[in-house]
Every structure is written in C-alpha cells, then in structure tokens.
Design a protein around this ligand. Structure first.
Ligand code: ACM
Ligand code: ZN
Length: 500
C-alpha cells in the first residue's frame, strides 16, 4: 500500500501542477464539488472519530493508508470532540453508496448512507490529503463541500491468475488499487486451460496436476515452437482464498470467483481425462488461445465434478454471484462424441433459430449449473456466449465480444455488465506506439479511449437501460508475468474505468 500511495502521491502532485482544484484529483470526479473558505490542518494528532465498530474498521484502513502522508498512523476513537477531528457518520436518508465530504477549518465530516459510502468518502479524503500542501506540523486541506454517488451499482475489475499466477500480497495490492478507485467487484478468474488455481478439497489432484504446466511458449508468434522449458504454476489454498475474500470485504469489495465451463478446462481435463470427450491424454496448455478440447457435456461425471467444485466455491465466497464462464467453447469435439450426441438425442435438442443442437447442449450445461447454484442461493454471471441456445433464468450477461450481448440481455430483461474488449481489455497496448511498450496481447487501448467509452447503449429504452448494471475492466495475463507489469497495464486506465 505504501508504494501504491507514493505512486498516487506522485501522480496527484503532477495533476495539481495543472489544477489546484481537488475535483481533478478525486477519482472519479465527484458529482458536486464546491470550495469553501478556510482550511483544515491535518496533523499526526488528528483523531478519526468513528461512531460504530463497522465505521471504526473503515477508519482504521484509512488511517493506515494515510500514514504515508501524515508520517504516523492517526488514532481511531469511538468518541472524541468533533472539533478538530475527522468525523464519520451514517445518515440512512442517503443512498447506500452516497456520501458527503465537508472540509472546514473546524473539522472534516464524512457522512454516508452506509459504511461503504463512508469508506468511499475516506478514499476521496486520502486523495485530497495526498494532493495537499505540507505546512508546519501537518498538511493543509482546503475547504470543500462534496457530494457523490456512483452511476452504476456494478463497478468491476478482473484479474486472471491462471495464465500467470500472483502472490497473495499481489492480489491484495490489486484489491487496494480497486478500493482506491471505488471499484466494488473483484472478478477473480481462477480456472483455465493453462492452470487451475483454487484448491478443491474433494479433488486434491487439481493442486498437483491441474495447477502446473510443463512450460510456456515464448513470445506471441502462434506458430512458434519455442518454449521456456520451465514448469510453471501454483494454487491458492482455501485458507489463502478466505484471507483474500476477507481482505476485500474489509474494503467493501465483493469477490466474484469464476469457474470456467464447459470450455477453458484443459487443466481439469489433464487431471481427470475421463471428463473429456476423447478421454485424453491431455496436457495443461503451454500456449495461449482457445483449446478445442472441452468438458464432455454428454458425461454425467462432469456435472458431479462441477457441482462438487461449486459447492466448495460457494462455501468460500459469500458473493451473491458466481461466474461460470461459458465463453469460447468450440463444439467440434461434441459433434464427434457419441456421449454428447446421445445426450443431445435424449434431451431432444435440434438445430433451430440459427443455433446448432450443440449450442443448445451448452445452454443445457449452463442452465443445469445455474439451477444448482440457485438452490444454494447464488446467481450466475456468464460471458455473452451464454445467450446462444438461450439464457438460464436470472443469469447476468457479461458482454465482452462487443456491446451486442449486453443489449440483447437487457432486451430479454436480464442484467448485463459491459466489458467490451475494444474499450475495457486492459491487456491491450496502452499506446499506439506498440514498439515502445512491453509485449502485450495486441489491440490498442489508450487511456483516452477508455475515458471515451459510454457504457449505456442509447438504443435501449429507459426501462431496458435499467438492466445495464455496470462496467468491468479485464486484466488477462497471457503476457503479464509479473505484478509490476500488471500494475503498469492497470494504471492509469483503471482511473478511466472509475470515471465511466
Ligand atoms: C473472454 O475474453 N474470452 C471472455
Ligand atoms: Zn462428449
């Protein structure tokens, strides 16, 4: 966090050189912002006054993060004089994520609809403090009156820990960065062709076999046969998962785990070849792209496997939503597989309305898992391919191949999250000058393009627009092998996500 804040301080100081207005250093820019007379001197002795235990938690995180500005950690107290303090209060007449932040010479007051809202007010205060001038004994915060609330309820960022794995500390730092930008969903991509990354007690072999690939392709040439010859992988234990989920929850971030099905599953197939159409052998993928081998939808064993996995996942993640993938599942193996064809026959699936029977078979898999999760009180999110062959009741669509999936979902009265790759895939180059950038997957997505994205499709009626619940940026990590590089790709584009 310290390094992050130093980085933020540096960034903020740069912007202050152009405009002393805090409105430009608070991310996202608040809805209402007025300067007021006077200034508040923040010193190491300033108390954060939090009236409840929950507010005290938020205050403690703030005080620790602020240490880089104040030099020592402010104390958090349940009762103290309001004068001269940073006062945190709940006002339930405000919306759940709405806050007011008032700085006067007498005090700093943050009032939020909930603790989460107060936490967002504190993030703004952190940014203000980092951008303020040092004076004798402290930092001088200029008087302001701010009110803010988010436009979208869902503000997400994905981290792929499968193509490359990151440490628990790195993942926490990713969460810190999201919190600083008032992002409230962490989409954790945990299973892939190139590695299975979540410990499942019932299937311990996943941690030994599925979690490791023999080597990794060097460079981006898809025809290349040059590998690094180094075994690569790792797993997040259930204890580590719980630690990360708790860390995120303390920062008002829901962790949405993604368990991919029926495609992107070679790591699982390598571990349990009987779950595939051919029976294998398979090898955890050592290159990037879309594998033709997928889970065999005609084999009842995959449903048992997925249900067991999802049962443990539901126990680990309090999130209302579980992401079950659904993207990029080639159907060629199902076309040739006697078990899949028998299943199609048994279910009476046929080619119709421009979709093949195999697409309806995928829809069957997704609906069956949605129903299973529904019984556990969970809802599902899937990539926009889940529209093909029909959406499961209540499923939320994550629109990545463009905006069409989200638009179609909204028209069908299903929630949708916009994450079109041309605007929100942060694994794309940040500059048109790609020669001077580290190797990336391709695409060109400079900061201004992210800022320019309007997530709400204008062709939807006001009623349909209500189903567009938010936006998400995705950090896929085929070429991102270090967390330092991950940060480079995330920032400052995450600020633009926060704004939109
Ligand atoms: C995706 O990028 N395949 C969701
Ligand atoms: Zn099959």
């Amino acid at each position: 966090m310290k390094r992050l804040l130093l980085f933020t301080v540096a960034l903020l100081c740069m912007s202050v050189a152009f405009a002393t207005d805090y409105a430009n250093v608070i991310v996202p820019r608040p809805l209402n912002y007025t300067t007021v007379e006077g200034s508040f001197i923040l010193t190491p002795k300033t108390v954060v006054r939090a009236e409840s235990q929950a507010l005290a938690h938020a205050a403690t995180i703030f005080a620790e993060d602020l240490t880089v500005v104040t030099g020592s950690t402010l104390s958090v107290k349940r009762s103290a004089p309001r004068n001269g303090a940073i006062n945190l209060t709940i006002d339930s007449s405000l919306q759940a994520e709405e806050y007011k932040l008032n700085i006067t010479s007498a005090a700093v007051n943050i009032i939020g609809g909930t603790e989460r809202a107060v936490f967002y007010g504190l993030q703004s205060l952190l940014q203000i403090a980092a951008a303020s001038d040092a004076v004798k004994g402290g930092v001088s915060l200029s008087g302001v009156k701010i009110t803010d609330k988010p436009h979208f309820e869902y503000r997400g960022a994905l981290l792929d820990v499968c193509r490359h794995i990151f440490s628990v500390e790195d993942v926490k730092r990713y969460i810190d960065i999201l919190a600083l930008h008032k992002v409230n969903k962490f989409h954790w991509h945990l299973t892939e062709d190139q590695g299975w990354r979540i410990e499942i007690k019932r299937y311990p072999e996943l941690s030994e076999v599925g979690a490791y690939r023999n080597q990794t392709l060097i460079g981006r040439n898809r025809r290349s046969k040059v590998y690094d010859g180094t075994r690569y992988g790792g797993i997040f234990t259930q204890d580590q998962v719980r630690e990360i989920v708790a860390y995120a929850a303390a920062r008002y971030i829901d962790v949405i785990p993604e368990i991919e099905m029926p495609g992107h599953a070679i790591a699982a197939l390598t571990t349990y070849p009987e779950l595939g159409c051919t029976g294998g052998p398979y090898e955890v993928w050592t290159r990037w792209g879309v594998s033709p081998d997928v889970l065999c939808a005609g084999n009842e064993k995959i449903y048992e496997f997925l249900e067991d996995v999802l049962t443990e996942v539901c126990d680990l993640f309090p999130s209302e939503y579980i992401h079950i993938g659904g993207d990029e599942c080639p159907k060629a193996s199902w076309e040739k597989c006697p078990k899949c064809q028998a299943k199609i026959k048994k279910l009476g699936l046929k080619d119709k309305d421009g979709e093949t029977a195999e697409h309806y078979l995928q829809s069957y898999v997704m609906k069956r898992m949605t129903e299973f999760l529904g019984k556990k009180g969970k809802k599902v999110i899937g990539w926009d391919e889940i529209l093909e062959g029909g959406l499961a009741p209540n499923a939320t669509v994550m629109s990545w191949r463009g905006e069409e999936g989200g638009i179609e979902a909204a028209r069908q009265k299903h929630k949708a999250i916009m994450t079109p790759h041309t605007y929100l895939y942060f694994d794309y180059y940040q500059s048109y000058d790609t020669k001077n950038e580290p190797l990336a997957i391709g695409g060109r997505l400079p900061l201004e393009r992210v800022y320019g994205y309007e997530p709400m499709p204008k062709m939807l009626s006001p009623e349909e627009q209500k189903y567009i619940v938010g936006v998400q940026a995705n950090l896929w990590t085929e070429y991102i092998s270090t967390f330092r590089y991950a940060e480079y790709m995330l920032l400052p584009r995450l600020a633009a996500l926060s704004e939109i």
